[in-house]
Design a protein around this ligand. Structure first.
Ligand SMILES: [Zn+2]
Ligand SMILES: [Zn+2]
Length: 291
């Protein structure tokens, strides 16, 4: 057992000891893994050294997601505990590794299983993809947050009245998903971004709009909390107060972008939130903190 000096009884996660890709402690008595690593379904093939670096980046982003979910007291039920529970699969396709079976691995969600193409952890290729797709923001953490939105849609948008409210704001999620996505990618280059929507990709399908809004909600919550830790005036730890959060986020995101510009970097939060996008963020909040 690997206990931590000065913290008797606390054990480091096995992925910390064996692979140095985690720094959390084990919280469940019968497990060797932390609450984040316990959710792993498939880890990358580690034959090449850089894949371990990719995996470390993936785990780092995943822990940020899990931390936010824990902060918001959202249920984290793994696929080992429940059919359709949360699990993560980190795989790649022949484009980065001719040895593997899969021709094409898309990052996505299916019945609790979140798949991330591990090539997304290569920051050069991720930036090339971002430029190619014309996205304003593309990060590993963004992928985790977005895909978790698809999972939590199935958990939170359940009752008839909530589904009705969802459709008023986001549109009818029953429209054919594959057809909508095909149309989106076929027409994307000529498609003008709807300024009412939170991102360009949100136009693809109501469920993509939802996942984008969900990920922005998590961007906001985590950044507000971090800012509060550093005693920044625009920070907040009152995560149950959406009025205050949105008001603080308005100031904090401007400050964040200004700080980045002071360092010669791109805007950290290159988005403008419309009235409709704000209403959608409030809708997400209302599901996490039902009154
Ligand atoms: Zn771990
Ligand atoms: Zn999606």
């Amino acid at each position: 057992m690997h206990t931590i000096p000065d913290h008797p009884g606390k054990r480091l996660c096995k992925n910390s000891i064996d692979f140095d890709v985690c720094n959390w402690v084990v919280t469940r008595p019968k497990s060797s893994y932390c609450v984040s690593c316990e959710l792993n379904h498939t880890i990358p093939n580690l034959i090449q050294a850089h894949r371990r670096r990719w995996w470390k980046s993936l785990e780092h982003a995943k822990r940020r997601l899990i931390y936010s979910l824990l902060s918001l007291q959202l249920p984290i039920i793994g696929s080992k505990q429940e059919v359709g529970g949360l699990a993560f699969e980190f795989i790649e396709d022949k484009r980065t590794n001719p040895e593997v079976f899969e021709e094409h691995v898309n990052t996505g969600h299916d019945n609790g299983l979140i798949t991330i193409n591990i090539a997304e952890a290569d920051c050069v290729s991720r930036e090339i993809t971002r430029q190619y797709t014309g996205e304003l923001y593309r990060t590993l953490l963004g992928h985790f947050r977005h895909e978790s939105g698809h999972y939590f849609f199935t958990r939170l948008v359940t009752s008839e009245s909530i589904v009705n409210d969802f459709r008023i704001l986001f549109g009818d999620e029953r429209q054919d998903y594959s057809v909508a996505l095909r149309n989106y990618y076929a027409n994307k280059s000529s498609m003008v971004r709807d300024p009412e929507l939170i991102s360009h990709y949100a136009q693809a399908h109501p469920l993509e709009d939802w996942a984008e809004v969900w990920s922005h909600y998590l961007h906001m919550v985590d950044t507000l909390e971090t800012a509060a830790e550093f005693n920044v005036q625009h920070g907040s730890t009152q995560l149950d107060n959406i009025d205050q959060m949105l008001s603080k986020w308005s100031g904090l995101s401007i400050m964040l972008n200004s700080l980045n510009r002071s360092m010669g970097l791109e805007d950290a939060y290159p988005f403008v939130l419309s009235e409709l996008a704000l209403r959608k963020l409030r809708f997400v909040h209302g599901l996490i903190y039902p009154s």
